[in-house]
Design a binder for this molecule. Structure first.
Ligand code: IMP
Length: 191
């Protein structure tokens, strides 16, 4: 029997798509994303030339970005993961749940947190305080995307790939209610 395409959670038609019943339009293509990741990797390779940093990637959203970034790093480095959750649907719930912890000794280490996107900044803010309590030698924050229009915190973000408007996006690891993470490009919600 032929599959009914409308039952698919993600339906792609040219430049705009449906993800779990919402419309999204293409915003950043994969080659643009790759250039941005390249720029961040070059900066890290230079800044941490003679060090052995530990990267902590925030799951789920950063898995694709962390993987691409890690492949471009030429320095000696390690990676670990934390799993946090603060979003349902298209907005932040305002409370951050830690579902998987770091599980690694950070004392005296050069630590760099990898986020996919910083929106209100609540998630990264909570994690930052928790990691600082473990006395790393240094702690830097790195994000592929940053929404300055939504940021409600005052701490500095050390590495930002791209600043974007305060619109909900999916793709390249970012989801809408769990769907859309597999898209290689990034799409912005159609209002
Ligand atoms: P914050 O705590 O408001 O900064 O939200 C951070 C987390 O919310 C990110 O790590 C993402 O998982 C999720 N998030 C924020 N904005 C978006 C978006 O536009 N699309 C998908 N997920 C988002």
């Amino acid at each position: 029997m032929l599959q009914n395409f409308t039952t698919f959670a993600v339906f792609i038609s040219m430049q705009s798509i449906q993800v779990n019943g919402k419309s999204f339009a293409k915003y950043l293509d994969s080659s643009t994303i790759d250039n941005v990741v390249d720029g961040i990797a070059k900066q890290i390779n230079s800044d941490y030339k003679d060090q052995k940093p530990l990267f902590i990637a925030v799951l789920n959203g950063s898995f694709m970005f962390a993987s691409d970034l890690f492949k471009k790093l030429t320095i000696e480095c390690e990676i670990s993961f934390v799993k946090l959750s603060s979003y349902t649907g298209t907005s932040s719930t305002g409370s951050v749940q830690q579902l998987i912890g770091v599980g690694q000794n950070l004392e005296g280490r050069e630590v760099i947190v990898i986020e996919d996107i910083v929106d209100t900044g609540l998630t990264l803010g909570k994690l930052r305080v928790e990691l600082q309590n473990q006395h790393p030698k240094s702690l830097k924050l790195l994000t592929l995307l940053f929404k300055p229009g939504a940021f409600a915190e005052t701490y500095p973000i050390d590495y930002v790939g791209l600043e974007i408007p305060n619109d909900f996006i999916v793709g390249y690891g970012l989801d809408y209610d769990g769907f859309g993470r597999n898209l290689p490009d990034i799409y912005s919600i159609v209002k």
